[in-house]
Design a protein around this ligand. Structure first.
Ligand code: DX5
Ligand code: ZN
Length: 228
């Protein structure tokens, strides 16, 4: 049995009911989530446009969990200052969105915020190896970024294993976060855990069908179930 304090279940509120957003975010801690994932899309890096600092600021008063801002935007350096003022715990930018990773890492760190780098399904995880000592989280995208509710791409399991192996070689295994985002559900969450992931981001599996509390419990049960 895996102990739940060893990993993070992060709710992607992009998939939540925005008519009841306040109620939705308030209850997530009580229901067992330990992070809120805030997806920012600019209509350029990805097709869709989602939400920005103004929305986060207004719902922040109802958020009682750490926040990870997932920047699916070109020129991520332009958005860091504004988010850094909103008491967020992690800012994750995309490897593909910039050629100056080092400056963005330094900028986020200078705000005392944890740094994540996300990689798209077609990006090799080896590209991240050289930054591993400088960042807190790798976010492995299991779908092409842009929408909630897409199908999990099983090929990412190999990437998780590769980055986990590299972290072990570098003795980073206890602190380093390996996140998975996109299509996480009851039938693949344990595979991700066993491959080495320790941060599980989920949108539609938590918010779209049925009751949010039961959906969260069900994700935990799927992770903690003994192998048949
Ligand atoms: C997708 C976003 C995800 C998304 C996850 O581009 O980055 O965070 O909201 O939603 P599901 O779990 O439905 O794929
Ligand atoms: Zn996301």
């Amino acid at each position: 049995m895996v102990k739940s304090n060893k990993y993070t279940l992060s709710a992607s509120i992009l998939a939540a009911d925005f008519l009841n957003i306040s109620k939705n975010v308030k209850n997530l801690k009580e229901f067992g989530c330990n992070e809120i994932h805030f997806d920012v899309m600019d209509g350029r890096f990805v097709e869709e446009i989602s939400m920005g600092p103004i929305i986060l600021k207004s719902i922040k008063k109802d958020i009682n969990l750490p926040v990870d801002v997932h920047l699916m935007v070109d020129n991520p350096e332009k958005n860091i200052e504004q988010f850094s003022k909103l008491n967020v715990q992690t800012i994750t930018f995309h490897y593909e969105a910039t050629s100056d990773h080092k400056s963005i890492i330094e900028l986020i760190k200078s705000k005392d915020i944890k740094v994540g780098i996300a990689i798209n399904p077609l990006t090799d995880v080896e590209n991240i190896f050289k930054y591993i000592d400088q960042i807190d989280r790798v976010l492995i995208m299991c779908v092409n970024p842009g929408y909630s509710g897409q199908k999990f791409n099983k090929k990412v399991l190999d990437k998780i294993k590769k980055i986990k192996k590299y972290c072990n070689q570098k003795n980073l295994n206890n602190t380093f976060e390996i996140g998975v985002d996109g299509g996480i559900n009851n039938s693949n969450i344990k595979d991700c855990l066993e491959a080495g992931a320790n941060v599980f981001i989920s949108g539609s599996s938590i918010f779209w069908n049925g009751d949010v509390k039961s959906n969260i419990m069900s994700l935990y049960s799927s992770m903690e179930s003994d192998n048949e």
